[in-house]
Design a protein around this ligand. Structure first.
Ligand code: SF4
Ligand code: SF4
Ligand code: SF4
Length: 265
């Protein structure tokens, strides 16, 4: 008998999970607030686990697991290791996941002092809640793709998912903010003596801040191959103090700060 009328076999949709450890949930919100294309993407995947928006969530295995946040407790570590074991592809989503970001500022202060300031009662900080040294997720598990940003831009999620769905390796934008800023024909804020970190920071945000005359404060973290000493010299020539540059880099890239060279110490 002819197979002519037989329904074409559909390819199974990739099982996707969106999970979170210590962070502010802003990176997940970027995904859920994508306007035009979110439903289109959801039609192409099987979103099996997304505790922020779904009541019923499945454990792995996952084809793709997107993780927001950084490791700050024993429980974070336990979850992260489990998701890694359950996932073919693990994505570090956002600057907390890739660099440690704001929660990582803790390493610049005395642990005891921070905990006394934050918690009235420290008796709960035991077992799974026990704090561990704040760390980006790649320090604990293998990460397949890292997309920084506090939060990352929605276009970065769309681009990543499109590449995954086409069976391609996602191409992570890896140019400084200055590239998109120049393409947008902005006047350079450094010429006005403003403290823009764009030359050393990974773009992908379409120069969101300089577009509105606000200096880039570095929320995507430094580029892997940024020539940080040279950029610092350039910024200093423009009257920007080393102390300010240091504060900005500590805020978003604090946990990688030690790797950023001795120039800022
Ligand atoms: S990277 Fe920024 S937006 Fe994302 S979870 Fe961390 S603090 Fe929130
Ligand atoms: S304004 Fe900032 S991001 Fe734009 S070109 Fe100047 S330094 Fe680069
Ligand atoms: S311009 Fe800089 S601070 Fe603003 S969103 Fe882009 S990377 Fe973040």
């Amino acid at each position: 008998m002819s197979n002519f009328f037989k329904k074409k076999e559909e390819k199974p949709k990739p099982k996707v999970a969106i999970h979170s450890i210590t962070g502010c949930a802003g990176c997940q919100l970027v995904i859920y607030f994508i306007r035009d294309k979110l439903l289109e993407i959801l039609g192409e995947i099987d979103l099996v686990s997304a505790p922020m928006i779904k009541g019923k969530n499945q454990p792995g295995p996952y084809d793709i697991c997107i993780v927001e946040g950084m490791v700050a407790s024993e429980q974070d570590l336990e979850h992260l290791k489990k998701w890694r074991e359950e996932s073919k592809i693990l994505v570090a989503w956002g600057t907390c996941a890739t660099h440690g970001n704001v929660p990582g500022i803790k390493i610049f202060e005395d642990d005891e002092k921070v905990e006394n300031t934050v918690y009235d009662n420290k008796s709960n900080l035991t077992g799974k809640n026990k704090p561990v040294k704040p760390t980006p997720i790649e320090q604990h598990v293998k990460v397949d793709f890292s997309i920084s940003g506090c939060p990352p831009a929605e276009i970065e999620f769309m681009r990543m998912m499109q590449h995954f769905l086409m069976g391609m390796k996602p191409r992570v934008y890896n140019e400084p903010v200055c590239v998109e800023c120049t393409l947008n024909e902005n006047l350079c804020l450094l010429d006005d003596g403003k403290e823009c970190l764009g030359p050393m920071i990974r773009g992908g945000c379409n120069a969101l801040c300089p577009n509105i005359n606000h200096p880039c404060t570095g929320c995507h973290g430094p580029l892997e191959d940024a020539n940080i000493p040279q950029v610092i010299k350039l910024l200093e020539r423009n009257g920007i103090s080393k102390e300010l540059i240091k504060q900005r880099l500590q805020k978003y890239a604090g946990l990688k700060f030690e790797e950023l060279g001795t120039e800022l110490r």
